[in-house]
Design a protein around this ligand. Structure first.
Ligand code: MEV
Length: 338
């Protein structure tokens, strides 16, 4: 039996634009998915998942991978989670050269499903790591990232970038531009997350931006502008001392770019009333900046604030179900128990 875990992430800059070859900077956060894999003799796969989200949104199912679980979260989310696990198992079988391997898989996660914090990438990354190790094969995190990308790419019909999976496998702050993926230095940024209790449909949102880009020149320009501001944000991070707490000037400059990034994402049609309301609650609490994170449509925003004010203000905002501080996860995928 092997248990591996992998972190979720927030996007400091660049979601959606990264799908079209612009750079993005996601940062891993200390909210993890843990996957346990135990090989089975009969070649079947059984999945058991509990706690696939924050409090009050618990998923439990058991059965063959083809069975539909009987639970009270949207079926599309659960089906997606099952597809990701299926794709992770296929990658592990391939990596370990064990095409007939079966598994009992247990998934636990404190990353809400479909909320922009990289739940599916974390489950796929941890799943591939746990299942290959359970078969006696160890992959380095780059190889786990590569295989997790293949798995996500397949489930998302070729629409996924490498950003979520690379960030979850490697941990820390990363930059992704097309196939070029690297870890970068970043100081411990004071992330505050607001969660509206909902989720967005990544496939639909990505397809929506693609259609807009094809129809309107402004949308293609907007995607490029997101790339430009991401590069500007990268330069700010590169000049900062990763060992020291970020100073107010750096936070203000990064925050301003986050505010621009949110506005541009809104122009691309991927924000939502609840996300805008949380962004404004954060700004009114004097956060350095705030933006939606991930595919959008519902789910989470991320703000920068070293004081308790933004977390408190989000806690009072009607649209916010939960607000929490999220620390940068310096470690990516790791073995929890072997
Ligand atoms: C989703 O977490 C991030 C998107 O940029 C899609 C992707 O990069 O695969 C919207």
């Amino acid at each position: 039996m092997t248990t591996s875990s992998a972190p979720g992430k927030v996007y400091l800059f660049g979601e959606h634009a990264v799908v079209y070859g612009e750079p993005a900077v996601p940062c891993a956060i200390e909210r993890r998915a843990r996957v346990t894999a135990e090989p089975r003799e009969d070649g079947r796969v059984r999945v058991d998942a509990a706690d696939l989200s924050l409090d009050g949104f618990t998923v439990t199912w058991g059965g063959d991978i083809d069975d539909r679980p009987d639970i009270d979260v949207p079926a599309s989310l659960v089906e997606a989670a099952m597809e990701y696990i299926d794709a992770a198992v296929a990658q592990a079988r391939d990596a370990a050269d064990a095409p007939d391997a079966g598994f009992d898989i247990t998934v636990e996660s404190d990353i809400p499903l479909g909320a922009g914090l990289g739940s599916s990438a974390a489950v796929v990354v941890a799943g591939i790591d746990a299942a290959t190790r359970a078969l006696g094969t160890e992959l380095d995190p780059e190889e786990v990232a590569r295989r997790a990308y293949e798995a996500e790419h397949e489930v998302q019909d070729g629409q996924a970038s490498r950003a979520d999976t690379f960030c979850s496998a490697m941990g820390g702050a990363v930059r992704v531009e097309g196939d070029d993926t690297r870890t970068i230095d970043a100081p411990a940024l004071p992330f505050v997350v607001g969660y509206d209790g909902g989720a967005g449909d990544t496939g639909k949102l990505v397809a929506g931006v693609r259609a807009l880009r094809e129809q309107h020149a402004f949308a293609a320009d907007t995607v490029e502008t997101i790339g430009d501001l991401t590069r500007e944000g990268e330069r700010l991070l590169a000049d900062a001392d990763p060992e020291s707490d970020p100073d107010a000037d750096l936070l203000d400059s990064l925050g301003e770019l986050m505010d621009f990034n949110h506005g541009l994402l809104e122009a691309l049609g991927v924000s939502a009333r609840s996300l805008d309301a949380m962004v404004w609650a954060a700004r009114e609490a004097d956060a350095a900046g705030a933006k939606l994170t991930g595919a959008g449509g519902g789910g989470c925003i991320v703000a920068l604030d070293p004081t308790p004010d933004t977390e408190r203000a989000l806690g009072f905002a009607a649209e916010c179900e939960q607000a929490f501080r999220a620390e940068l996860a310096t470690e990516g995928v790791r073995v929890e128990e072997a």
